[in-house]
Structure formats: C-alpha cells, structure tokens
Design a protein around this ligand. Structure first.
Ligand SMILES: Cc1cc2nc3c(=O)[nH]c(=O)nc-3n(C[C@H](O)[C@H](O)[C@H](O)COP(=O)(O)OP(=O)(O)OC[C@H]3O[C@@H](n4cnc5c(N)ncnc54)[C@H](O)[C@@H]3O)c2cc1C
Length: 406
C-alpha cells in the first residue's frame, strides 16, 4: 500500500486492505467469467459483494445512509477495484455521479424518491445519459454551452415532457434511474441545460438491445435510450436555478474523468504485476527474462508510467479535496486537471498492456494470461467522456483562453 504515499489516511488504508483481499479472492479468479457473463450472474455477485462492504454507498448522501468521502478516498478505492475489473469499478461508481447533481442542488424530492433505495443493502444500477446519436463530444464540449444537445425537455404544468435519444450510456436498459442531459431551449445555452431524473418504469422510456462490444462486455451494459413523450414530475429536474444544471454537468464530467484516471491506473498496475511475475518465472540466456537489461528497461518504463499516472490523479484528487484553494470542481482549471489525469492514465494503461504483451510473447496474447482482456476493457476509458481529443482541448482551456469553436 506504500504506492499511495501520504495521500491516503489510516481509514483509507483499511478500506484499501479489505478491497485488496476482495479483489484477490472474488474478482481475479473470475476475470474470464466476467468477460463471458451473458446472464451477468458473476457481475451481480461481485457488485453485491462490494455492496456488502458498503462500497456502493460511498458518495451518496449521509442523510440517507450513504457514506461521505473526499475525492482521494473515493478514487483510490476505484483503482483497487479496477485492478480486478475496470467494468465493475465503472458500474459501481455511476450512482454516486448520477445523484451528485441532486445532492449539489439539495433536491430532497429526488433524494427521497429515487436515491433512497440506492442506499439499501444491495447494489442498484444507475445511468448517466449524455451522449446522443449526433455526438458525445457535442454534449460534453464546454464551448458548445448546451447548444448542440438535441434531447428536448418542455415544462407542461407540473411535469417535464422529454423527447430525444441517447446513445451508449452505461447501464442503459438495466438501471433503476436515468439522469438525462436535455435542453429546454438550445438558444438559452447553459441556462437551457436540464438534468432530469427518469425512473426506469416511466412510460415512453425504451431501449435498444445491448451493444456488442470489444471490452467491458457484460460488466457494463450499453444501449440506445429512446425518450418518447417521457413525463416526470417537475421536481425531478436536478435544479430549477438558472445555470445550476450546466454547472452540475461539468461537475459530473470532472468527477467522471478523475475516476476514469483511477480505473485506468488500476488496469495498468494489474498488467504490470502480470508482466513482473511472468518475466520472473521465464528464462532465456540462463537468466530470468527480467534480469536482462533490455527487458528491465521496458519494465522500468512501465513502472514509471504507472507511478506517474497514480501521482497525477492523486494530486488532482487532493486538489478536489481543497476547494478553498483550488476552487470548484467544475472550474476550467479543475476539469483540466482531472482530464489530464484521465488522458495520461488511459494512454499509460494502453502502453503498459502493449509492452506486457511483448514481454510475455505469445502467452500474453492468450486469454488465460488476462492481458488481452485488460487491453480490451481499458481502451474505452480513452474514448469516453469526450475522448483524448476533446480532453486535450479541455486541458488547454484550463490554462488559457482557448476558444476553438466560436
Ligand atoms: C463502454 C462505454 C461506456 C459509455 N458510457 C457512457 C455513459 O455512461 N454516458 C454517456 O453519456 N455516454 C457513454 N458512452 C459514450 C461515450 O462517452 C461517447 O461515445 C464518447 O464521448 C464519444 O462520443 P461519440 O462516440 O459520439 O464520438 P464523437 O463525439 O462523434 O467524436 C468522434 C471523433 O471526433 C472528435 N470530436 C468530436 N467533437 C469534438 C470536439 N468538440 N472537440 C474535439 N474533438 C471532437 C472525437 O474526439 C472523436 O475522435 C459510453 C461508451 C461506451 C462504449
């Protein structure tokens, strides 16, 4: 546990120790099962095992039985889980992001009606639906200020009526609650952005069949979401305060990207461990593979990458924990930090997977060495939430007035 340095508290170390034991016993031996888990029986077993440890309550409101944590405590837990399976880490983390918007706006109706069941003993899935068929970056790009969101919400008496479609969100079709990023009027720009909660059984909400994907094949379910005159109480909008939902959308991006950095670092660490073990057991020229300078240099580069990725996201998380000095999580500067950490960790994880495959020869290409699964799973972390290109623009925006689209 020394790898987290002084970023973590004694309480965090206890959580990390329990998670490490859980991952070793309950996830690592079942990685292949999770990859072929069409009925999601292993996925639910693992998620409920983590729920039994209270992990599903982290980030949910204390008033409902949730567990308040700082950013560092929140994300290190996800690095630990992602060492076993980053799809599990993702699915476990989504409810805290989804209800984060209601918590920020002190929306008691949403918390009472929809969030309370998430604080029970078993794990429930939630879905944050931003991406649209017309584009994911369009919704997430701060410079568009909501003008490119196509899903429309109109107020009719005491209800919001929503029409539109969402593409690919995690948990689509299997979640209890959907947080839909809409606009009430694109001309209102950020003031038009509305984050609206929709319970799964609402009339007019439907889904395509799940996507057939490269990685996170069953631990995360992705599908299209269709909203056809979906009607929910007006209190289910996260906030009625002008501009507040736009702020919350940016906040969600900042947290999602910070957490993604921890997921990717967990993958990189897991694959580095596999490569270290393999190169310690296999020999050529009378020495362990890892005792040869050529391979030692590769392992050193992998170690440098993993440690840099970890210190990057931990530093960003510690700045999230000190709002007085570093400001709101939705500020351009904080989004840039979280985004930089995500880009760096995802690219490091991909590099580490490739290098591990070279170090393990054809063995690493075989499914029972798991490297190929980590590689398939982690690729999407680079692509989601705006991908590496919009991500880089957000990093630049955090530093200077970069206005590429106006
Ligand atoms: C496993 C998985 C999980 C996912 N989970 C979620 C989820 O929980 N919620 C959700 O809403 N979505 C989710 N997504 C969708 C994902 O976030 C988007 O696919 C992603 O943001 C990219 O959007 P896009 O595919 O529409 O590509 P586009 O936005 O069309 O981008 C295509 C290309 O153009 C570039 N590009 C486009 N616009 C810009 C821009 N303004 N600036 C710079 N570059 C740009 C992109 O970088 C990319 O290279 C998930 C997808 C998968 C596969």
């Amino acid at each position: 546990m020394k790898e987290y340095g002084d970023f973590v508290s004694e309480a965090d170390r206890m959580v990390i120790a329990s998670l490490r034991e859980f991952v070793t016993d309950e996830i690592l031996p079942y990685r292949q099962h999770l990859d072929t888990d069409t009925e999601r029986a292993h996925t639910h077993r693992v998620l409920n095992g983590l729920a039994a440890m209270g992990m599903h309550k982290r980030g949910l409101p204390e008033s409902l039985g949730g567990i308040r944590t700082g950013a560092v405590s929140f994300v290190v837990g996800y690095e630990e889980i992602a060492r076993g399976d980053c799809g599990i880490a993702l699915t476990l983390s989504v409810p805290a992001w989804v209800f984060g918007a209601a918590v920020r706006s002190r929306n008691e109706r949403v918390l009472e009606d929809l969030c309370r069941p998430f604080c029970g003993d078993s794990f429930r899935e939630a879905c944050l639906a931003m991406t649209e068929p017309e584009g994911g970056c369009n919704v997430e790009c701060a410079e568009y200020r909501g003008k490119a969101i196509h899903t429309r919400a109109r107020l009719e008496g005491d209800h919001w009526v929503i029409n539109g479609a969402k593409q690919f969100p995690s948990g689509a079709g299997v979640s209890d609650v959907y947080l839909i990023a809409c606009t009430t009027d694109p001309d209102l720009e950020e003031e038009g952005i509305a984050l609206i909660y929709v319970p799964a059984d609402t009339l007019g909400l439907s889904f395509s069949k799940p996507e057939d994907k490269m990685g996170m094949r069953f631990t995360d379910v992705n599908a299209s979401v269709f909203l056809d005159d979906v009607r929910v109480p007006k209190e289910y909008r996260a906030s009625m305060e002008p501009g507040k939902d736009a702020e919350s959308l940016k906040n969600l991006l900042a947290w999602g990207r910070l957490s993604s950095a921890a997921f990717a670092t967990g993958v990189a660490q897991a694959v580095l461990d596999i490569a270290l073990e393999f190169t310690g057991q296999r020999h050529y020229g009378g020495k362990q593979v890892r005792q040869h300078t050529l391979q030692a240099a590769m392992l050193a580069d992998m170690i440098i990458g993993v440690e840099s990725a970890r210190f990057y996201y931990l530093t960003a998380a510690s700045m999230f924990d000190n709002r007085k000095v570093y400001g709101h999580h939705y500020s351009d500067e904080q989004i840039a930090r979280a985004t930089g950490a995500k880009i760096y960790a995802a690219e490091t994880a991909l590099k580490v997977c490739n290098m591990a495959m070279e170090l393990t020869g054809s063995y690493g290409y075989m499914r029972n060495y798991h490297i190929e699964k980590y590689l398939r799973d982690v690729k999407i972390i680079q692509l989601w939430e705006g991908g590496a290109q919009l991500g880089r623009i957000d990093v630049a925006r955090g530093r200077y007035q970069m206005v590429p689209y106006v």
